[in-house]
Design a binder for this molecule. Structure first.
Ligand SMILES: [Zn+2]
Length: 278
């Protein structure tokens, strides 16, 4: 019986903290993917870590100017490498309402075999010519567009741990969040579901804004992403284009392109915020 009451109280506390409707969005974590020794994906003339930082800083500036009721928290503002744990700690300690990570997409290398010439080999008494091949690595792609990821369900346990570790409502009553208890497990699962729903909603709104700018919407996808799994808040990871598509690489390195990308994300956050706060 105690468990039932405690669980119910926990559920109310959890849902009223980060998930309830009418809740104001007051803090957002902006995470520039990679950094420092971790360069991320590489294009023909640029590196992912520099593009993500430039876009995040532009987005933060737009938010500071136009969304004054929201505090922006950065995981990095220069060319340093916070680990994933560091990033989550920033997010969870600040008790933020949203986690937004920016990355740049890349496709895998492909190889083609080309004939380079011939060489002569001995075959019995005869000498015969055999072709010589060489492997050429290709990295250029025609793939383009914007892809948004939300936390996948198979990483739930990590997310649940984050909730247990950091949520005020949980840590104030140590031992309460016992996942072996079936009822608690259900509540944690519901909480995670609620996060997921919110994340998908934010992701869709961001994708839509990119679509309005004429970029290809590759959609909101679910994936077990470490970078999102440790934060006890809704979050999305936006892959803002393909670094190994030279048009997109050029666009993402331009001031105008970075500003457009930042604006699309900003408008998506704004629409999400209006939706949550109504
Ligand atoms: Zn990345």
């Amino acid at each position: 019986m105690y468990h039932k009451i405690a669980a119910l109280a926990l559920m109310v506390a959890l849902f009223s903290s980060n998930i309830a409707n009418g809740k104001k969005i007051t803090k957002i974590v902006l995470d520039a993917g990679h950094g420092g020794k971790d360069i991320g994906a590489r294009g023909q003339f640029s590196q992912e870590k520099d593009i993500t930082l430039a876009v995040i800083l532009k987005l933060g500036k737009i938010m500071a100017d136009s969304m004054k009721d929201v505090q922006v928290i950065y995981t990095r503002t220069d060319d340093t490498y916070p680990t994933l744990v560091d990033r989550h700690e920033v997010a969870n300690r600040s008790n933020a309402d949203l986690f937004l990570s920016v990355h740049v997409n890349s496709t895998a290398y492909t190889y083609t075999r080309v004939q380079e010439g011939y060489r002569t080999v001995k075959k019995g008494r005869k000498r015969v010519k055999v072709p010589v091949y060489r492997s050429i690595r290709h990295h250029e792609t025609a793939a383009h567009g914007v892809e948004t990821y939300v936390l996948g369900l198979h990483r739930n346990s990590q997310k649940e741990n984050a909730i247990g570790e950091y949520s005020d409502n949980v840590t104030s009553e140590p031992g309460l969040l016992d996942e072996k208890d079936p009822q608690t497990a259900i509540i944690v699962a519901q909480y995670t579901q609620a996060f997921l729903k919110r994340s998908v909603s934010l992701g869709s709104k961001i994708e839509q804004q990119f679509g309005d700018e004429g970029r290809l919407e590759l959609g909101v996808k679910q994936k077990g992403l470490e970078v999102l799994a440790g934060s006890a808040m809704p979050g999305v990871l936006v892959e803002i284009g393909f670094i190994n598509n030279v048009q997109e690489e050029t666009y993402l390195n331009s001031d105008a392109g970075q500003r457009e990308v930042a604006l699309a994300i900003y408008r998506g956050i704004k629409a999400y915020k209006a939706d949550v706060e109504k």
